[in-house]
Design a protein around this ligand. Sequence first.
Ligand SMILES: *Cc1c(COP(=O)(O)O)cnc(C)c1O
Length: 420
Amino acid sequence: MADYNEKLAIEGGKPVREAGLPSSYPGASLYGEEEARAASEVIKRKSPFRYYGFDVANKVKEFEKTFSEKIGSKHALGVTSGTASLIVAMKALGIGPGDKVIVPANTFEATPGAVIIAGAIPVFADADESMNIDPNEIDRLADKYTKAVIPVHILGNPCQMDKIMSIAGKHKLAVIEDNAQSCGLKYKGRYAGTFGDAGCFSLQINKIITTGDGGVVTTDSEKVYERAVRYHDQGMYREKEGFLSMNEEDDIFVGQNYRMSEISGAVALEQLKKLDYITGTMRRIKYMIKDGIKDIDGIKFRRINDEEGDAGSTLFMMLPGKDLAKRFIEALNAENVSCGSLYGGMPVYMMPHILKQRTVDKNGYPFNQLEEKVTYHAGMCPYIENELPKNVCIFLNPLLTDKDAEDIAHGIKKVAKHLL
Ligand SMILES: *Cc1c(COP(=O)(O)O)cnc(C)c1O
């Protein structure tokens, strides 16, 4: 029987585990011969560019087709990053200067950052007990300038997409799902990224499947897809017109370059085959741990909006207070149960460059585009400001075994016994 009264490792006792948990790079941790072979095929064909070369293998195209079939969207477009996917989606939907976009206060800086780079102004929505956007916040924040909302599925927990779609619909807002963190996540049986007007995914190394950097935009709309293709490729739609359209009747405009390389496409295709295994394994491990610690007084969990759809990437615990959470994290890490605090417990708008609206452009562009100045301040989203500092997160990965799950639960119980 485990003895939870043993001296804490942080006080010189014996740690529960001899070594820390494997780093949480879920997709990269399963890199193997498959990815190596796929990438080297592209190199051997000397054709790393998706649209032409010596002998193009059409890996990006195949990845896009497989991805859209897998998640159930009509179209998928490979891009260079999750941030690029957000910018491309916004531009495809016609969002830019003079517009406001609602984003959650609990997210990675790329979400508001992409809005600002797209020329629009982010306004921040508070969270509910799921630590995702509170759908009612959309009602509170929407005004005549608001054009879109970006719900973010934080750490494998789906947003309440039914409520969000209905409230957004009432205000005629476009919905862009930021699913950068949670590829493979479902809500009520349907894949996240297929509810809104567009879905955005990241293939960066911290995310569930990875090519190092990369991203995907999904949509069911022909028009949004066509505009996304043009925006991501200098205004061109090569598969339709061969090259830049000279026809002014077409929806032509100046674009960017966010094209995915064939090497990324080849690796992404192999990673996609491992997606179900990755999420399935992480989910099983997560619920084993959760079950093992369910009776501890003083540890609460964020509400999971659909446990069956959970991507399983993170065990998100909530402690009674901020200082306690900090001490808990130190003590649990000393037990070699690696853990951390999501976003340092801070809503994204408290980051100084966002709070102070420091942009790269002149005269505070795009914040100078609205007559009514939008400002940010501490206290803006009280729920997340109070609750986020109390988080303790364990970031999971598909290499974890049942024994690891037992160790993690053991470590949490031991630290809880002493600190809670
Ligand atoms: C990682 C992340 C992004 C950005 O993805 P990159 O591929 O790193 O550009 C966007 N939104 C969220 C919520 C993220 O976690």
